[in-house]
Design a protein around this ligand. Sequence first.
Ligand SMILES: *Cc1c(COP(=O)(O)O)cnc(C)c1O
Length: 412
Amino acid sequence: MQRIKFPRNSTKPKLVYLDHAAATPTDPRVVKAMAPYLNANFANPSALYSSGQKTRVAIQESRQTVADILFTHPDCITFTSGGTEANNLAIFGLTNNVKAKKIHIITTAIEHHSVLNPIKELEKKGVKVTYLPVDSQGQIQVKDVIASIRPETILISVMYANNEIGTINLIAEIGRELLKYRQKNTPRLRSGQAQFPYFHIDACQAAGTLELHTERLHVDLMTINGSKIYGPKGTGLLFVRPGVPIEPIIFGGGQEQGMRSGTENVPGIIGLTKALELVQKDSTRENARKIKLRDYFWFEIKKKIPEVFLNGPELGEERLSNNLNICFTGLEAETLVLYLDAYGISVATGSACATESTDASHVLTACGLTTDEAKSSVRFTLGKSTTKQDIDYVLKFLPEIVAGVREMMKNK
Ligand SMILES: *Cc1c(COP(=O)(O)O)cnc(C)c1O
């Protein structure tokens, strides 16, 4: 253990945050937009007096802004307490409302737990589920999706981009094939009209960088959250295409057009909207910048550190611009993460979003990694404040730390 030199106490380690897939810092412009709604404009949006009207109008304006970005109508947007609630609303909200005896759902092996666990609950109650396998890069095959559809399939839930390995799924292509499938069964169906099986995407990891045009993507339900796009935590939304029979899962005062009761999180809604506007506006430029930085980072790691391999897709179109997931063979990722932390470097093992971290990542094992390989893998996710200096700082210490941790593991 003595082999690894810690930075001297006198020189406080630089802070390099490389875990943007877990949480992003709130953009100062978002904080500024929210501030009035934490202070003067606190009134309940359901109140009749003018200050209540003011907060109600602010919510309406936010809903319109989001609708414009998603190329839809404001009535199709329901604000929630985050991505988890939006995913639960999509899955339970639809399933609870379908009275058929036999129900089938299609999803993938590498979804976020906020999709997998609601579906597991339904499985306990007799719902049948197909978990589509992924290839070594974390991709599902479009033809597998269509081939898995049964007469009783009500929902197809596929994540837009994966939080661990950054795989971008071919959502528009799945959407187009699904439309063709439906049109074959219902010849007079028009594009944009909802019909079983409904198509849900979890876009939490995608909202900061990819297109969210619900018509071009041909999706019926879409989840977005604030905490991954430089917005406030505890905010999110579900897009629901008109005609998709979603019923609420939270009952009470009937806010959010009856879809989600509870006093609206006004500052949160304002913040989420502002964050979405900002990331979408900057996405092309930011993606190009991050790709350059990330590719440099990976090629330098490969040059400096032996026996490393990249998990997930090649560094190209099918991978999120900010994601690197690397297997450092022969070491325990958790130990590496702790040593990096001592140097002020924040990175994640497997899925940081799950509280129990002892199991090997379900995403990496689905891609064909062994348990050992999965447990030797670390995720680096860049953000808009990440600089070349940050990457160079990590590159300065990483080879030595990896060598030290590997040595330590050998002697254990
Ligand atoms: C973070 C995340 C969620 C959960 O969102 P919360 O706002 O934390 O509830 C869901 N899906 C994906 C892909 C995520 O990355």
